[in-house]
Design a protein around this ligand. Structure first.
Ligand SMILES: Nc1ncnc2c1ncn2[C@@H]1O[C@H](COP(=O)(O)OP(=O)(O)OP(=O)(O)O)[C@@H](O)[C@H]1O
Length: 251
């Protein structure tokens, strides 16, 4: 369960540049629910993701993950429970390191700094198992440097890495935006498979209206740092991407 209670996020308070990015947002997401989030530019989507990841702390309000109040906990301490994938496929892995070393780094995420446990046989088996899900043959190329992979392959690897520590919450910040349509479909399918396998609570920001109207269990529309609409998959059923575009423009 992920809960935000009356969360406000104000940038540059008390200055002429004061901006309210989140304006008393309350949200409750049951464990395992997959939520798509849309909103116009500046609606507060990335702010919401950063509040949940712990990169930003709210000006007021409370963030609860799995029953624990994590409001004052920084992103490093949350990293074992909260994984985040960015829009840029090149941000999720280290190009000069091998696939195995990148995955080993992901396995250590949120662990104590400085500790470098060796990659065990069990780790390597887990890596191969997860990489095989991609159907790209990467499980036989563990020592290949990540820089040799295409953008789609790298984003697929990033998804696999994000899921390695079985996070409670998976945050996807327009993670398909830089991919071509065919690769988008493949990475989206992988995303849904991983989220279902792990049973993690997932928030996926998207500007793709087709994805917003079809993917996941719930659709949130953000506007001005508030929830303008909160639709279940059932109530979203008849919503076309054109109708959602109109709804967004009016929100
Ligand atoms: N560091 C910052 N300093 C000042 N204002 C900020 C900062 N970060 C975000 N904002 C403002 O907060 C508001 C919400 O921004 P946010 O990035 O969350 O929107 P978004 O919905 O993710 O937009 P986009 O779709 O363009 O990425 C915007 O008005 C933005 O200009």
């Amino acid at each position: 369960m992920l809960e935000l209670r009356d969360v406000r996020l104000v940038h540059n308070p008390g200055t002429p540049g004061e901006v309210t990015a989140l304006d008393g947002l309350s949200l409750s997401v049951p464990k395992g629910q997959f939520v798509a989030i849309v909103g116009s530019n500046g609606a507060g989507k990335s702010s919401l993701i950063q509040i949940v990841s712990g990169t930003l702390r709210p000006t007021s309000g409370t963030v609860v993950i799995g029953g624990r109040d994590v409001t004052r906990q920084g992103d490093h301490r949350r990293a074992r429970h909260v994984a985040r994938v960015f829009d840029n496929p090149h941000l999720g892995s280290v190009p000069e390191l091998s696939i195995e070393d990148n995955m080993a780094l992901a396995l250590r995420r949120g662990g104590r700094r400085g500790l470098r446990p060796a990659v065990t046989k069990a780790h390597r088996a887990l890596m191969r198992d997860r990489l095989a899900m991609l159907g790209l043959g990467l499980e036989t190329r563990l020592s290949a440097p990540v820089r040799l992979l295409s953008a789609g392959q790298r984003q697929s690897l990033t998804m696999i890495m994000a899921a390695l520590t079985a996070p409670e919450v998976l945050l996807l910040d327009e993670h398909l935006a830089a991919l071509d349509p065919g690769t988008q479909s493949r990475v989206l399918e992988l995303t849904l498979d991983l989220a279902a396998d792990l049973g993690c609570t997932t928030l996926m920001i998207t500007h793709n209206m087709d994805h917003a109207t079809t993917v996941g269990d719930r659709l949130l529309v953000l506007s001005g740092g508030r929830l303008a609409s909160d639709l279940t998959a059932e109530s979203r059923g008849a919503l076309t991407s054109d109708a959602l575009t109109t709804l967004l423009a009016a929100a």
